[in-house]
Design a protein around this ligand. Sequence first.
Ligand code: MRU
Length: 362
Amino acid sequence: MKPSVKDLKEIFKPKLKPIIWNEEGKLTLLDQSALPFETAFVTLSSPDEVAAAIRTMKVRGAPAIGITASFAMVLAIKNESNLNQALVALSRAKPILDNARPTAVNLSWATSHMLSTARALVEKGEVRNTRELWSSLEAEAKRIYNEELEAELQMGLYGLDKISDGDTVLTQCNAGGLATGTGLGTALAPVKIAHALGIKVSVIAPETRPWLQGSRLTVYELMTDGVPVTLISDTAVGLVMYQRMVNSVMVGADRILQDGHVYNKIGTFKEAVIAHELGIPFYVLAPVTTFDLKSRAEDVIIEERDPNEVRTVRGVPIAPEGVNVYNPVFDVTPPKYVTALITEKGVIYPPFEKNVRKVIER
Ligand code: MRU
């Protein structure tokens, strides 16, 4: 019999805790830029510090930066002594956080949500002072965090239906519990749940140049959870698919438009096209907070990062100094290559133009 989300909470105990809220009003992050070589933590106490940590990818992954930003909005009112000043501080913090990274919509979703929650509490007179506003915002950020884990367990269960005993899943980047802050993940949820239920499943993880989320994070995370994983170079993706070494592709997303365009880590589009050509199912797993039903493709900014990420590998030069570099870190996969979008609200099949709204808005 298929387990429920409640059963899974007993079966799957996340081992990684990338985001820790200290009750005395500080945020501690597992520094993902140091993994897997060093387990270091950074403790932050202002939105500016949090924005810098997001920019430098001490925390990364769409849901994780959203959750982190919601705690940063709590930190924003730390030194405010009246409610009007607290609202001003929140309005100031929002663009600082939103501008830290432009592609993942979870970030601006979280800051907008925290700001509108605060405004509504003040307008309705539901909080009398900044101490009460702090408590309410803190509770809201914790709720966003807890709901993310619920969502991942639910989408993991939907994704489990796409896995058969003995399967191997190809992924991209790290769409695991490091990327969501919960220890479970989106694209990795079905395989982790399958593994916890005793279903034989393994993962092929491309290294994901230039930042190496695959080799540094996905491999580390799956090894921590005991899920069999094989690391490949990005250039081996075509061959492993051609040789039918994988049964499906499961990736996360940073933003999904209402017509089904999927923004995710650079290299995802290539996997989708090859999967389509070879008849391998290509699934995108993401919570509803990753859906952007307002923007059109031309509105979405694809982040470009420091050219030195490409010229070097962890500080070691691999190209002539000063070579011209183009370093986009996300790509866009058109809907025709996507077999299904798997969310906590259900599995969405094409035509996405018609079906995305139906599921996300229900
Ligand atoms: O640049 P990153 O590491 O933040 O990119 C992360 C990804 O592209 C993930 O696949 C995406 O955020 C989904 S995470 C569950």
